[in-house]
Write a protein that binds this ligand. Structure first.
Ligand code: NAD
Length: 347
């Protein structure tokens, strides 16, 4: 095998620490630096922070400028926030240091969908410094966009797409409960949606834009709705209690129109303990065209695992890509990194 790809892991939360652990299993990848703002992580060996039972000789720092050296780092994986605007200062530092970057910020899956000026800046900076920038993750970045696009690969024509991801929010912490409105009353839920404190899923404009651009469906308007999932039964997690009549989750829908015609509908009902009302979880992709396609993954493609996996599996493609801002539809298909040829596929 050629020299391993040298990676800086920026953000060691639930996703970032999982990515770092997975990278340790991959012979073609080597973690050479780690950044996180948490005071209880800074100054400690990464192996200790990850709990892998051995030191790795990498000290976690909150001063990224001390490790952003393109002679020592080929690519940074950043897992810190959902929002492009909030990540821009860090992305600028990484790119201007001449280092490739993969972000799992939901909006980075297609930053042009909501922030065309930031997308232009990222693309320009990346080209100027000879690096590539990719946003990915399970959703957006994979299940409700790339997988949909790939399924149309044998179609002669596509009139309309409808895809849904039905999942269980029970494993998540207090932030997710609040942003999904779990444990509120329907009135508080509607007020939260109107005020922007209850956001539901982040990523529909990005996923719809990716599908529309890949197929040439010409979506020119995206409408999102967020409805409360009102529980008929008592439900409880370590972080929230839901009495009958209260909100167990958020049914979020994003619809892409070309003129007055609906062409893409993405549906993402997320709730705690869906099985208590006999709701199975799963991913469902329906393509109405020639031929018509109906695909189901049951239960759903596990979100945390898939985000960790896809971010790591895309590393060789991003290192090999031409400079600029990339989306999942611009790069080779992701595949699990299981052996030498996976690191040297032609791009
Ligand atoms: P988390 O809160 O567990 O971890 C975030 C970590 O980043 C924390 O350790 C925090 O200290 C650190 N951090 C935050 N800002 C920083 C900065 N500027 N510099 C250094 N460190 C910083 O979150 P998580 O579950 O790991 O997820 C990370 C982000 O990825 C979230 O916004 C989440 O919504 C997003 N995400 C996206 C997808 C997707 O499908 N695209 C999937 C999962 C998570």
């Amino acid at each position: 095998m050629n020299q391993p790809i040298r990676v800086l892991q920026w953000g060691l939360g639930a996703m970032g620490s999982g990515m770092a652990r997975l990278m340790l299993e991959k012979s073609g990848l080597q973690i050479v630096a780690a950044v996180d703002a948490r005071p209880d992580y800074v100054g400690r060996d990464l192996g200790e922070v990850l709990g892998v039972g051995k030191k790795l000789g990498v000290i976690v720092t909150d001063h990224p400028e001390t490790v952003l050296d393109s002679n020592k780092v080929d690519l940074t994986v950043i897992a810190t926030t959902s929002w492009t605007e909030r990540q821009m200062p860090d992305l600028r530092k990484i790119i201007t240091a001449g280092i490739n970057v993969i972000s799992i910020a939901e909006e980075m899956a297609d930053p042009a969908a909501q922030h065309p000026e930031l997308a232009k800046e990222l693309d320009g900076l990346a080209k100027q410094h000879g690096v590539s920038v990719l946003g990915t993750g399970v959703n957006p970045g994979y299940v409700l966009d790339l997988l949909v696009v790939a399924l149309t690969g044998g179609c002669h024509s596509v009139e309309r797409i409808e895809a849904s991801r039905v999942n269980d929010l029970s494993p998540y912490g207090p932030t997710v409960m609040e942003t999904q409105g779990v444990g509120t009353t329907p009135e508080v839920f509607r007020k939260g949606v109107a005020e922007g404190t209850i956001v539901g899923h982040v990523g529909f404009p990005e996923s719809i834009q990716l599908i529309s651009d890949a197929l040439g469906l010409g979506v020119d308007r995206i409408v999102q709705t967020r409805e409360p999932i009102i529980s008929k039964v008592y439900r409880e997690t370590p972080h929230v209690k839901v009495e009958p009549g209260m909100v167990a989750g958020c049914a979020h829908t994003g619809v892409g129109y070309r003129g007055d015609t609906e062409v893409i509908r993405l549906v993402h009902p997320q709730q705690i303990h869906p099985h208590l009302e006999n709701q199975d979880t799963g991913d469902y992709i329906n393509i109405y065209g020639v031929p018509e396609i109906h695909m189901a993954i049951k239960p759903e493609y596990a979100g945390g695992k898939a985000t960790i996996g896809i971010a790591v599996n895309m590393i060789p493609h991003v290192v090999a890509a031409t400079p600029g801002l990339k989306r999942m539809i611009d790069l080779p298909v992701p595949a699990a990194l299981m052996g030498e040829t996976a690191y040297s596929r032609r791009v």
